[in-house]
Design a protein. Structure first.
Length: 317
């Protein structure tokens, strides 16, 4: 468990969030992310927002959002504002993409995953199965024209963000310390809207965090690799950059990230005893020690003790 770094200034106006995708119920890994973000918000006497990230409709499961909310409430993790759903905010993502078009930072792309893989292979670059392919710039024009909103195709092409040359982003993670990534070498021009018309996570999360005034993002370390491109998008769109804190992942017996794709089991929250046991396992993974373990401990009492333990961990690091 990495040590947390104390923020350089108090978190006045702290607004955090938990943003699950409704592709299934919460599992042990997603509860770790929910608990860590909730504790950080409560420790800072801030707001904790629930956002359902349901843009990738082919992967979403009907009713999963309601089950996630039931599980969170069963664990005592209540939110401070009405939950939001990304699917209801298509217009804000469209306007952001139009703004990027006006800034001449985007271009249409017709490449398939196979054509990208073939282009990379022709250059002697073989991408591992679980590794992201670096876009080779096949569709990128030498000069990015201004397409104009009325000329932006709605379907059949993806839209990519054109990166400036040799773009290296540096940022401070409150858990992992100094981080840097060269987006050209490690990512390439990345997609903002897919060929099927679905806006990507990268664009939607940046727009939503800005719209909701999110100041602190506490999430799993699997999303660390996304942070530099999100910071770059924030810079281009003129948004403020939140503080970031990435939590350790829960791994399965094969050393793979615990996820719905690897058939991770749902947490058990049918009664208070089960929910408290799941919370204790999540807290242990977060490195929180000496929490109440008596049978008569209520979830509210346990969460108060966990918040105090989180505060001690932050201050002592």
């Amino acid at each position: 468990m990495p040590n947390f770094k104390n923020p350089s200034s108090p978190a006045d106006g702290y607004r955090g969030r938990f943003a699950p995708s409704p592709t299934g119920p919460l599992h042990a890994g997603s509860l770790v992310a929910a608990l860590g973000s909730w504790l950080d918000a409560r420790k800072n006497q801030g707001q904790w927002i629930l956002r359902i990230e349901d843009l990738d409709t082919p992967r979403c499961i009907s009713g999963a959002d309601q089950e996630i909310m039931r599980q969170l409430l069963a664990c005592g993790l209540s939110w401070d504002e009405e939950p939001t759903w990304q699917s209801k905010h298509q217009e804000r993502y469209k306007k952001a993409l139009e703004r990027l078009n006006e800034l001449q930072t985007t271009y249409p792309c017709t490449c398939s995953r196979q054509s990208i893989a073939s282009a990379l292979e022709a250059r002697g670059v073989i991408t591992d199965r679980n590794q992201e392919m670096v876009y080779p710039g096949t569709c990128r024009p030498q000069e990015i024209p201004s397409y104009g909103n009325q000329n932006t195709p709605s379907t059949e092409v993806a839209w990519r963000l054109a990166l400036p040359p040799d773009l290296t982003l540096h940022f401070q993670d409150l858990a992992l310390g100094k981080q840097s990534q060269n987006l050209n070498r490690e990512v390439g021009d990345f997609v903002l809207r897919r060929r099927d018309g679905i806006f990507t996570y990268q664009l939607a999360v940046v727009v939503d965090d800005a719209e909701q005034g999110i100041t602190h993002i506490v999430r799993g370390a699997d999303l660390l690799n996304n942070t530099a491109r999100q910071i770059h998008l924030q810079d281009v769109l003129g948004y403020s950059t939140p503080n970031y804190l990435h939590l350790p992942l829960v791994l399965d017996e094969y050393g793979e990230k615990l996820s719905k794709q690897t058939l991770a089991s749902a947490i058990h929250t049918e009664n208070a005893q089960q929910a408290l046991q799941e919370l204790r396992k999540a807290a242990e993974h977060l490195g929180l020690r000496d929490l109440p373990d008596g049978k008569d401990t209520s979830i509210a009492e346990w969460l108060l003790a966990a918040t105090q333990a989180w505060n001690r961990k932050i201050i002592s690091s």
